[in-house]
Ligand binder design. Structure first.
Ligand SMILES: [Fe+2]
Length: 138
């Protein structure tokens, strides 16, 4: 079952950022699926690592564009971004120390991260569209 499917309501007006957000939701959906599949347990850590890496890559890129666009909300965005990365890393640490909890931890982090990103896009990311457009970045 898919946790969430991206819809145009979640567009931030910058194509590359929309593509990144879709990719992140895609990895989160896969993680949630895995939590339900006893035969795919060994895939949990690689997929969680992929999510951490892609999230860090995407936030770096998004913050780089915000800097270029002189977007005033950059600092608040950096703080929020760090909070998600911390949650993802905490989940990985929990699984590393307690592998028999991986199914619960991964289902929980997939849901938490999906809800976090949905709300972050709607409440924060959508606000940079104007700055990105004026700077020729969208
Ligand atoms: Fe953001």
């Amino acid at each position: 079952m898919k946790l969430f499917t991206w819809t145009p309501e979640y567009s931030v007006g910058a194509k590359a950022m929309d593509v990144d957000h879709q990719k992140l939701f895609d990895i989160m959906n896969k993680l949630y699926d895995i939590s339900d599949n006893q035969n795919a347990q060994e895939k949990i850590i690689p997929l969680l690592k992929e999510l951490i890496q892609y999230t860090e890559y995407h936030f770096r890129e998004e913050e780089r564009l915000m800097e270029l666009a002189e977007y005033p909300g950059l600092t608040a965005q950096q703080r929020e971004h760090k909070s998600l990365v911390d949650k993802l890393k905490e989940a990985k640490d929990k699984i590393d120390t307690n592998p028999n909890m991986s199914v619960f931890v991964v289902a929980d982090i997939a849901m938490t991260a999906t809800n976090w990103l949905k709300s972050h896009i709607l409440k924060m990311d959508k606000s940079y569209e104007g700055s990105f457009k004026s700077a020729g970045l969208a």
